[in-house]
Design a binder for this molecule. Structure first.
Ligand code: HEM
Ligand SMILES: *[C@@H]1O[C@H](CO)[C@@H](O)[C@H](O)[C@H]1NC(C)=O
Ligand SMILES: *[C@@H]1O[C@H](CO)[C@@H](O)[C@H](O)[C@H]1NC(C)=O
Length: 324
């Protein structure tokens, strides 16, 4: 009897020691292996954010596009190599992605302090979290323990999985429901568009090919402004851009107010405030910043933990831009 009980206890302990603990994503994942990690990332980013205040927007979008293709595994950071020119960055959907090199720079600082412990995937999430916080957004606690992809991903996968610039509410809700988000969280994560810019290239169709219900009515003065910045025929559509929100450097709830006033830049921004499933929530966030911040924070954790590699899956890359 005692022997059986002891055996059961031993099995339980082994079970807890291997399968359950190892591999799970955890808030204190680097407590022993790299306690200074969050400080290193934060301290390095502050002067960079001051020098180029458009950096937070770039890092937040970088995180979304990494996580969108087979979970947040730093696959977007892999440079195309000569033998295999395939790379997520070759996808048209990654047009406008900036600041990938910054994660490699952070990685080298982290490697100097805690060699071969910390994944590029986790550093990217921490950088995106700092980007939100420094822009006066919520301070989000993020669980860690992601592993990096060990293969160079294909641009076809990025093409298939990253939503197009003309995506609407249906696409948006489907994508985020797949990550376990409620409709409220889905509307909240789109509040990321309170930061940053959109290149003319991405809105030419919306401005000049107003087909059927694709086009949500824009406030006429705003539409005229966008058309003057982004003429139909132009050689600079790849470099000229408009602001996603007049307070483009501040993480606030003006994105929702703006979209409700007919000044949403992308189709999704405009459609979200008119679709009966999402409009009441967007309206609420436009008046209640704290509720927006709360829902954004839980949505951010869901986006950044969905489908990630853990435990003995994947690798800890030594350099973020190459798979060795
Ligand atoms: C259906 C969902 C989404 C669509 C269709 C979409 C589409 C776009 C497009 C077309 C741009 C303009 C890029 C450019 O021209 O350079 C953009 C910018 C941006 N997006 Fe999204 N997005 C979506 C969801 C998200 C999510 C979930 C996040 C973050 C959590 C995000 C963060 C950003 C940021 C921060 C920018 C500005 C980037 C910069 O200034 O460089 N987006 N988005
Ligand atoms: C090269 O790219 C393909 C996708 O086109 C991918 O399946 C393959 O694993 C890559 N090879 C290497 C060595 O990373
Ligand atoms: C603009 O960007 C698109 C998408 O990446 C690309 O196909 C096109 O060649 C670029 N045009 C110019 C003029 O650089």
């Amino acid at each position: 009897m005692d022997l059986i009980r002891t055996a059961v206890v031993v099995v339980l302990i082994i079970g807890l020691g291997t399968g359950v603990e190892v591999g799970a994503i955890q808030y204190n994942f680097y407590e022993k292996s790299c306690p200074q990690l969050e400080n290193i990332v934060r301290t390095a980013l502050v002067p960079i954010f001051l020098t180029d205040p458009t950096t937070p927007a770039a890092l937040l979008r970088l995180m979304f596009h990494d996580c969108q293709v087979q979970g947040c595994d730093a696959s977007i950071l892999v440079d195309p190599v000569e033998e295999n020119l395939s790379s997520e960055m070759a996808s048209r959907k990654n047009f406008g992605i900036r600041k990938r090199g910054l994660i490699s720079m952070l990685k080298s600082l982290v490697e100097a302090a805690c060699p071969e412990q910390v994944s590029c995937a986790d550093i990217l999430i921490l950088a995106a979290r700092e980007a939100v916080a420094i822009s006066e957004g919520p301070h989000i606690k993020v669980p860690l323990g992601r592993r990096d992809s060990s293969i160079a991903p294909s641009y076809e996968l990025a093409d298939a999985l990253i939503p197009p610039a003309a995506a609407g509410v249906d696409d948006m809700l489907r994508i985020f429901a797949g990550k376990g988000m409620t409709i409220e969280e889905s509307v909240a994560i789109m509040g990321a568009h309170t930061l940053g810019i959109t290149h003319c290239l991405n809105i030419l169709n919306r401005l000049y090919e107003q087909e059927g219900d694709q086009h949500q009515r824009m406030e006429p003065k705003f539409e005229a402004l966008l058309r003057s910045i982004c003429p139909k025929v132009s050689s600079t559509s790849n470099s000229s851009f408009v602001l996603n929100d007049p307070t483009t450097l501040v993480f606030d709830n003006h994105y929702y107010k703006n979209a409700m006033g007919g000044r949403g830049v992308l189709r999704i921004d405009a459609e979200m405030v008119s679709d009966p499933r999402t409009a009441p929530i967007a309206q609420h966030f436009a008046t209640d910043r704290d509720d927006f911040f709360l829902a954004f924070s839980t949505a951010f954790v869901k986006l950044s933990t969905s489908g990630v590699l853990t435990g003995d899956q994947g690798v800890i890359r030594k350099r973020c831009n190459v798979v060795d």
